[in-house]
Design a protein around this ligand. Structure first.
Ligand SMILES: [Zn+2]
Length: 83
């Protein structure tokens, strides 16, 4: 049976468990989960096992979606807005 990974689509309404992502053993006939079984927040199936780089870019994406900005220091007292 394949082990599938799910993660919350929206961190604002997720519980701690789906925020981090969770795994579920599914048989081939099981429908993919649409909601977290713990809190009911919408979850998305992860297509591949997260690599270190992928999870980092996922974090950046989530931060961006949440309206955070990340500044990169480019010189003494100078910062470049990355997004
Ligand atoms: Zn949850």
């Amino acid at each position: 049976m394949p082990l599938r990974e799910y993660q919350a689509r929206d961190s604002a309404e997720s519980c701690e468990r789906c925020l981090k992502g969770f795994e579920r053993l599914e048989s081939g006939s099981d429908e993919p989960l649409e909601r977290c079984p713990h809190c009911g927040a919408p979850v998305a199936r992860q297509l591949s096992a997260p690599a270190v780089g992928a999870s980092r870019s996922g974090f950046d994406q989530r931060a961006k979606n949440a309206g955070f900005h990340q500044l990169k220091r480019v010189g003494k007292g100078e910062y470049e807005k990355r997004y």
